[in-house]
Design a protein around this ligand. Structure first.
Ligand code: FE2
Length: 342
């Protein structure tokens, strides 16, 4: 009985003009569990592509009617087929042939004669690489939409543009200085992107107020970490960022909000974000203050080491600052900003 959790068999389009070779390829691939659509030339392959979307195309190069290079070229022009991985199967295997295939952007080539193990290994590797690429593309698209959403919320606040991107870039630099593992860097990234998402519930009149906030307004403002955390706690992919969002205004000495927790009771991602968020707030024009220089903001951060901020993290921030990493990030986004407004 088929395993319900098993992925559906990958579907391969195999294009080969030698009938014996085509049957052999088909047998090897089918006995490994793949679904195979055979085609004797590029023309037939294109007809199949008109009604099917294989996961991979394996094609001979020299064939009558339409050869492999021409087929590859045509496939790349079909919008939703252009990303199907393509492996050339070549008997010639000359340098020129391989060079032509590679320069066209073919993903791989196999030189005939080939053993069934080699064939299966190449197909498996290519399919796996494609899966990884798709996951990576999906993640990138996900993050881009999150950034767009976060920036839309920030824009109500009249922050300078790129607040979210800058905060994340500073945070990543400091986290790398602290040698954090990859998975924590990603949690930090989501936290950096989404930290102020709870501000969506705060009226613009409060966000843009230049004078001091009233007691009630301030109470509302102090809720944004909790609101943000509640907004995403039900989304499994983002849930790891919840502690960072909830605690990004907590302070080392317990003077922060909303809980007033202190020192290592504050998640480390939130302790780090607190530093870079403060640095970015100081170096940006806000409704209630104008920007200070990077050096002034850096001095303020180091002064608050062990008071508002975790001293070990301030040290790491300081090392990044002394190396010029922080200012480089600041300048990069200033240049981007200037480019967009001109
Ligand atoms: Fe915040």
């Amino acid at each position: 009985m088929p395993d319900a959790n098993q992925k559906p068999a990958a579907h391969l389009l195999v294009v080969e003009d030698d009938p014996a070779m085509l049957i052999a390829l088909r047998d090897i691939l089918e006995s490994a569990g793949y679904v195979v659509s055979p085609a004797p030339n590029g023309q037939v392959a294109l007809e199949i592509l008109g009604r099917e979307r294989p996961n991979l195309i394996l094609s001979d190069i020299s064939m009558p009617i339409m050869d492999g290079i021409e087929l590859f070229d045509s496939v790349r022009r079909i919008p939703d087929a252009a990303t199907i991985p393509f492996i050339f199967l070549t008997a010639r295997g000359t340098r020129e042939d391989i060079f032509a295939a590679k320069s066209l952007g073919a993903d791989d080539y196999i030189t005939k004669p080939i053993t069934s193990q080699e064939l299966l290994a190449a197909v498996r590797a290519r399919l796996q690489r494609t899966d990884e690429l798709l996951v990576a593309q999906l993640k990138a698209a996900y993050k881009a939409s999150l950034r767009a959403l976060a920036n839309a919320i920030e824009s109500r606040d009249q922050y300078t543009r790129y607040h979210v991107e800058r905060v994340n870039a500073y945070a990543q630099a400091v986290a790398r200085e602290l040698a954090w593992p990859e998975d924590r860097l990603e949690t930090l990234e989501f936290g950096a992107i989404l930290h102020d998402i709870g501000k969506i519930s705060i009226p613009e009149a409060i966000l843009r107020k230049t004078g001091p906030l009233s007691k009630d307004e301030w109470a509302e403002m102090r809720e944004h970490p909790r609101v943000g955390a509640r907004m995403i706690e039900g989304i499994p992919y983002l849930a790891p960022a919840v502690p960072t969002i909830r605690a990004h205004h907590e302070r080392w000495d317990g003077s922060g909000y909303p809980e007033g927790v202190r020192e290592t009771a504050i998640p480390e991602t939130a302790r780090l974000l607190a530093i870079v968020d403060a640095f970015d707030a100081m170096t940006s024009d806000r409704p209630y203050h104008s920007a200070v220089t990077a050096d002034q903001a850096h001095t303020e951060i180091t002064t608050q080491s062990g008071r508002l901020f975790d001293p070990a993290m301030v040290d790491a921030f300081d090392r990044c600052y002394q190396r010029g990493d922080v200012v480089r990030i600041l300048r990069t986004y200033q240049a981007l900003d200037a480019g967009k407004s001109s």
